[in-house]
Design a protein around this ligand. Structure first.
Ligand code: NAD
Length: 368
């Protein structure tokens, strides 16, 4: 296969973890005989420094032309001034908007060897294998009006939560289709006892569910869902929810695995790429971790597993995606731990050491 992949390293540890994933991509290309054409472009703080724009036209143009995009992370203290007109996050939000990435998929599956790294008791984590499908381009993060106002002589502020039936329907269908490939259960999370948008959400998801009689539908209020994620995480298969609820629940779910450094994500759009598959932006769920940037100790697994999702969802390379996931499992099982994963007395390895081990495992070189 020939494919065009844009790499957006971003800020902080972004360039370190994207370089790690690039080595794995090269290994997959060698092992399976593919040609992946890669281009690197700035985004976020690095792009603000380079040209004053967190999403330069060249970067956006390259992403619109690519089959898929792999991103590190954006942001950091250097660009944190709350009064600044341009901010690194605008690059990310702009990219999602321009590529029409309406759904964010975050799988959460704690590795058996790392159960002790989670704050939850290991018996609660047995069998946890869930996928959160978060609506990404609607809801309160995009609704208007969103502004400051003066009301009775004091400052006030307004945000707007807005959803159309079609926005809800497309993400609900993606959730049901995905559940069909898994354990055939969808949990729809809303706040229908209070919010009108949630009542439309519940009604629309219920209607879509009728087209998927083989998939069980459960409905939960978001406050109850936050609790059930901790008390019965293994009972979930696919969770579908609105933008803000998903933002909060996915961070809560990430804690189940012990380290954010391990978790991948995929943001998918409707427009097909050159292979007739969704063009997507794939990124680890963590941020730019400025506290450890430049030290060569970042955990690259979240980005490498994001690459596996890219191979699966945007290139249809299921065998290659599974090979990368299996390589990560083997390397963790054989004891490799970056500092964020290592137990207190356990030695930690560097980013390039664990990456090399994963590369060798993908290419079948027995190093352990
Ligand atoms: P963070 O995820 O960057 O870091 C939180 C903690 O986890 C830190 O102690 C960090 O060292 C550790 N950590 C994160 N990823 C790691 C990895 N791969 N390996 C080892 N340790 C890891 O969150 P934060 O500190 O709240 O945010 C830092 C910056 O990142 C901020 O500017 C924030 O806006 C930005 N951010 C960006 C994104 C994104 O690009 N999608 C997401 C979240 C935060």
């Amino acid at each position: 296969m020939q494919a065009k992949i844009v790499l957006l390293p971003g800020d902080g540890i972004g360039p370190e973890v994207v370089a790690a994933a690039r080595s794995v991509l090269n290994a997959v290309a060698r092992q399976y005989g593919h040609t992946f054409e890669t281009e690197e472009h700035p985004i976020g703080g690095a792009a603000i420094d380079a040209c004053g724009n967190p999403l330069p036209e060249d970067t956006l143009g390259a992403c619109l032309n690519a089959d898929a995009v792999l991103l590190g992370a954006v942001g950091g203290p250097k660009w944190d001034d709350p009064t600044a007109k341009v901010r690194p996050e605008q690059g990310l939000l702009g990219l999602r908007k321009h590529l029409g990435l309406f759904a964010n998929l975050r799988p959460v599956r704690p590795h058996p060897e790392l159960l002790a790294a989670s704050p939850l008791k290991p018996d609660r984590l047995q069998g946890v294998d869930l996928l959160v499908v978060r609506e990404l381009t609607g809801g309160i993060y995009f609704g208007t009006p969103r502004e400051r106002r003066t009301l009775n002589g004091q400052q006030s502020a307004v945000d707007t939560m807005h959803y159309t039936e079609s926005e809800i329907e497309r993400v609900a269908r993606l959730a049901f289709e995905t559940a069909r490939q898994r354990r055939k259960k969808v949990t729809s999370v809303d706040k229908a006892n209070v919010l009108e948008t949630s009542r439309l959400w519940r009604q629309t998801v219920g209607r879509v569910a009728q087209d998927y009689p083989d998939v069980a539908l459960e409905t939960l209020l978001v406050d109850a869902a936050a609790m059930h994620l901790l008390t019965r995480p293994a009972s979930f298969d696919v969770i579908v929810t609105a933008n803000m609820f998903g933002d909060i629940l996915t961070d809560e779910a990430s804690v189940l695995t012990g380290s954010m450094g391990n978790l991948p994500s995929a943001s998918l759009g409707e427009t097909p790429n050159g292979h007739g598959l969704p063009r997507g932006v794939y990124e680890p769920i963590h941020g730019s971790a400025p506290d450890i940037a430049g030290q060569g100790i970042a955990n690259p697994i979240g980005t490498i597993l994001s690459l596996a999702m890219l191979l699966r969802h945007s290139l249809g390379l299921e065998q290659e995606a599974t090979a990368v996931e299996n390589a990560v499992e083997r390397v963790l099982a054989s004891g490799y731990r970056t500092a964020d994963l290592a137990a207190p007395a356990q030695p930690a390895c560097k980013t390039n050491e664990i990456t090399q081990a994963i590369v060798q495992s993908v290419t079948g070189v027995p190093t352990f």
